[in-house]
Design a protein around this ligand. Structure first.
Ligand SMILES: NC(=O)c1ccc[n+]([C@@H]2O[C@H](COP(=O)([O-])OP(=O)(O)OC[C@H]3O[C@@H](n4cnc5c(N)ncnc54)[C@H](OP(=O)(O)O)[C@@H]3O)[C@@H](O)[C@H]2O)c1
Length: 244
């Protein structure tokens, strides 16, 4: 292990090769974090790692894998610690949508795919990360043992016709977040969710100034990580101006 890496906080970001995850990777790299880039597409992960290094002169690692599988999630945490010695921040960001299907018209394969990718991954990764963070010393800078930030959605606090499976996965993330936020109080492990409305990314296919930008969510992550350990928000909803 490179000794200099021990001085930098370490962030593992799932789905870091696109949209919100990529913006979070750049924001935390600008803050001096060593970034562990995850996603299923190796070439895209390598691209982001290269751009992070070039732009922010930080250490990066690529751990390609599908978070809808439990062994991948376990390995992501184990490998991150093996590579860097520590895990300060886990961003559960990887996700897929299921917009447009009534529950009555849906099938189990879709339910499985969305729940495994969005919710089970959050459970598996958060569980493994929390176990690791509990063993770590408090960071001098933030007086936390670690932080877990879940990129949920406004679909985690409301639900709409045609988005039932996605909303179910995101409501599940919110329940995990609220329970783990309480469980993290004693050990000073921050757990919080960010619930964005529509963001201009590949997932939504929208663009332009009328939409929330990925950097808005990245700045919200930065804000959460800048709070003192007395401030313990469990969720931040980021609504969109002019939209319900
Ligand atoms: N965009 C919005 O309006 C919006 C609003 C609220 C919440 N969110 C949430 O924000 C998160 C990011 O969404 P986005 O809009 O930035 O979407 P995006 O641009 O499509 O990015 C999704 C990311 O997740 C990765 N991913 C998908 N399935 C994966 C899997 N099984 N294993 C590992 N990585 C996987 C993708 O990489 P690979 O394809 O390489 O795997 C990609 O990096 C999602 O959880 C989404 O639900 C988005």
């Amino acid at each position: 292990m490179n000794q200099s890496r021990l001085n930098n906080p370490v962030a593992l970001i799932t789905g870091a090769n696109s949209g919100i995850g990529e913006a979070i990777a750049h924001r935390l790299a600008a803050d001096g974090y060593t970034i562990v880039v995850n996603g299923r597409r190796e070439a895209e992960n390598q691209r982001v790692a290269r751009e992070l290094k070039e732009k922010h002169q930080v250490h990066t690692h690529v751990l390609t894998g599908d978070v809808s599988e439990e062994p991948t999630c376990q390995n992501l945490v184990t490998e991150t610690v093996a590579l860097t010695g520590r895990l300060d921040v886990l961003i559960n960001n990887a996700g897929v949508g299921s917009q447009g299907t009534r529950i009555a018209d849906s099938d189990t394969a879709t339910f499985d795919r969305v729940l495994k990718t969005n919710l089970y991954s959050c459970y598996w990764l958060s569980r493994e990360a929390f176990r690791q963070m509990e063993q770590q010393a408090l960071s001098e800078e933030r007086s936390l043992r670690g932080a877990i930030i879940n990129i949920a959605s406004v679909c985690g606090v409301e639900a709409w016709a045609g988005a039932g499976i996605y909303c179910t996965s995101k409501h599940g993330m919110m329940a995990l977040t609220h329970a783990m936020a309480e469980e993290g109080e004693e050990a000073a492990i921050r757990v919080a969710a960010i619930c964005p409305a529509m963001v201009a990314t590949a997932m939504t296919g929208v663009s332009g100034e009328a939409y929330i930008q990925p950097t808005d969510i990245a700045n919200t992550v930065h804000y959460l990580l800048s709070l003192s350990p007395a401030a313990w928000p469990k969720e931040i909803v980021v609504n969109r101006r002019g939209a319900d």
